[in-house]
Design a protein around this ligand. Structure first.
Ligand code: SF4
Length: 265
């Protein structure tokens, strides 16, 4: 990657993009903030399954099932359908055009960029380019990562925030694939990690506490599993008291409460 104008890295490699949209950040400490989202294709995990399903409609083995499996599950989805291969500058240009202040300067610009997936750190150069553009335009950038891939020094220095979603046994993914010491340590040491755990119920709390202790995780956020408002609220109620007692934060899933988790919202 070379360095172009204003110190912004110039990246030319196209990456597969599932979707871009303008919405609210639905989870975590920035919940409710307006944000511009880009969702990149591909993931190195298979949440809900111990490995990549071989046949369509394979029954999930875990309680926590990926809600964006259209980015990686080739048994259930045509991973080329509707997917566009865009260079990082094309992604950035299209994303900022989604900002309503581009058409209506009286509106405040959207100050938050969210790079999601799949696992966006599979496309590190593209993320680095977007981080540099965000910084150059006074926006902050959050990466929704499963925290299994080391971000590397350039991304750490780019002042991005890591919404680091470590996966639990309920994902059915073998521990050796979902818990990567080196990546966790690097993200924690950045000082900008928010450790996000998707919880199905109180039975997940002991496992989260063990991971917190094992890796010295400093900022814990619980996020309820569920693709309907009823499920989200029920799970929040199940874990709320325990979260307070343990000193952990509890988020909701705003996009599910408002739009039932519809794609691109
Ligand atoms: S890490 Fe995230 S995107 Fe990847 S399979 Fe798990 S839930 Fe889905």
């Amino acid at each position: 990657m070379s360095i172009g104008k204003r110190g912004v890295p110039s990246a030319s490699g196209a990456v597969p993009v599932a979707e871009m949209f303008y919405s609210f950040q639905g989870e975590g400490p920035s919940l409710g903030r307006r944000a511009l989202f880009v969702r990149l294709m591909g993931c190195n995990l298979t949440c809900g399954y111990p490995s990549m399903p071989r046949r369509a409609a394979t029954a999930a083995a875990g309680q926590m099932v990926c809600d964006t499996s259209y980015t990686w599950n080739r048994a259930d989805y045509d991973l080329t359908g509707g997917v566009r291969h865009l260079t990082p500058p094309q992604i950035w240009d299209e994303m900022v055009r989604l900002d309503p202040s581009a058409e209506c300067p009286a509106l405040a610009p959207v100050g938050l960029i969210v790079v999601s997936g799949g696992e966006p750190l599979l496309h590190k150069d593209a993320v680095l380019y977007l981080a540099a553009q965000a910084s150059a335009t006074g926006r902050s950038l959050e990466i929704e990562t499963n925290a299994t891939i080391r971000p590397g020094p350039e991304l750490i220095q780019a002042s991005v925030v890591f919404n680091a979603g470590l996966k639990l046994a309920t994902s059915a993914v073998p521990r050796k694939l979902r818990i990567k010491e080196g990546a966790i340590a690097e993200i924690q040491a950045s000082g900008r990690a928010r450790w996000k755990f998707v919880v199905c119920g109180p039975e997940d709390m002991a496992e989260i506490a063990e991971l917190q202790l094992e890796f010295g995780l400093t900022e814990i956020w619980l996020s309820p599993e569920g693709s309907t408002p009823t499920a989200v609220v029920e799970r929040m109620r199940l874990v709320a008291d325990s979260a307070l007692a343990r000193g952990w934060n509890l988020s909701t899933r705003e996009h599910v409460l408002i739009w039932d988790g519809a794609r691109g919202r």
